[in-house]
Design a protein around this ligand. Structure first.
Ligand code: PBG
Length: 332
């Protein structure tokens, strides 16, 4: 006559719901991706990412202090490099006095406890907008790895806590580990973008850094599908993550987020290191655009997406919503 089970007893009011809640969010779950440019006292909003700016170094440092005060403990940093510093070797990437290296030093000096994770990949430095060196019509894996090692060691010298290779070259985690150790940086960690898919969700990011694959006078791939993963694949993500852990990754990443939560859980179950999820630029843009039109409730959608990413298995979430979400969580 009566239902045998009454699941609703655990949902009667917010107090009981809070007692049985399986997942919680806090500001230290988030990493904030930041775009840095040359100059002084200037910030430029990214048109496809309302509320997200490219900032000069001085303003970046101010923002980092605010983030720290809100409870955020990590930033991923990306630089926009002027065209005259771009070439096919990416050599500006390991200029010890380059914008990235100066940014790492300035952030660590102003806010020593903030974990700084510079991006390791050649795309912001490449005339072709690719993550590595172009040879014979494709990105050359092993030559690119040599460049990435120089880049990561240069970041470590500047004071990076972690390096975050987002390039998807084969074997780069082992090369980076060996290179960092040989240079004396055994405490600098590696957060590897292990399962990074060739995704259309990165569009706004490429606008921010002017880093999309470009037309060229030589033969270059028009997209990143020869190194980033095919989004039809699931098992391959586990394989990539296991390889990276074996090669010495301290953390692995799955990217993008919301459309890839099956991958997040699969990887989480397979590895014994923390899993980071990148809630990427296009995911941010979608929520902003729909809520500007009044079609979605911005704050509710933001918190739901972040909570679902955590529930799926993320230890850390790299998200452009980090600051807004931290402010909301601190109010409660
Ligand atoms: C490039 C890189 C990309 C992102 C992070 N690092 C773009 C790409 O692979 O083309 C995307 C991040 C985002 O969309 O928010 N190495």
């Amino acid at each position: 006559m009566f239902p045998l089970h009454r699941g609703r007893r655990l949902r009667v009011n917010e107090s009981i719901r809070s007692l049985v809640r399986e997942t919680t969010l806090s500001p230290s779950d988030f990493m904030f991706p930041m775009f840095i440019m040359e100059g002084e006292n200037t910030k430029v909003e990214i048109p496809s990412m309302p509320g997200i700016f490219r900032r000069t170094l001085d303003l970046t440092v101010e923002e980092v202090k605010e983030l720290f005060a809100l409870g955020i403990r990590a930033v991923n940093i990306y630089v926009k490099v002027s065209d005259d510093l771009k070439d096919n070797t990416g050599k500006e990437a390991w200029n010890d006095n380059g914008l990235m290296q100066s940014a790492i030093r300035a952030i660590k000096a102003a806010c020593p406890e903030m974990i700084v994770m510079p991006d390791v990949a050649l795309d912001p430095y490449s005339i072709y907008g690719h993550d590595g060196i172009i040879e014979k019509g494709d990105v050359a894996n092993d030559a690119t790895n040599d460049a990435l090692v120089k880049m990561a060691v240069s970041h470590a010298k500047a004071g990076a806590d972690f390096v975050a290779p987002s390039d998807m070259m084969d074997g780069r985690v082992l090369r980076l580990r060996q290179g960092l150790d040989a240079a004396g940086f055994h405490n600098v960690g590696i957060m590897s973008y292990s399962a990074k898919y060739a995704s259309a969700f990165y569009g706004p990011f490429r606008d921010a850094l002017d880093s999309a694959p470009k037309e060229a006078d030589v033969e270059v791939p028009k997209d990143k599908k020869t190194y980033q993963m095919d989004y039809a694949n699931r098992i391959e993500a586990v394989k990539e993550a296991l390889w990276d852990v074996e090669e010495g990754a301290d953390m692995v990443m799955v990217k993008p987020g919301i459309a890839y939560l099956d991958i997040v859980r699969e990887v989480k179950n397979a590895v014994d290191v923390p899993v980071t999820v990148f809630h990427v630029s296009g995911e941010y843009a979608m929520i902003k655009a729909a809520s500007e039109r009044g079609w979605l409730d911005h704050d509710k959608i933001m918190m739901e997406q972040l909570m679902c990413i955590k529930r799926a298995g993320a230890s850390l979430i790299s998200t452009y919503f980090a600051k807004e979400a931290a402010i909301l969580l601190n109010k409660k």
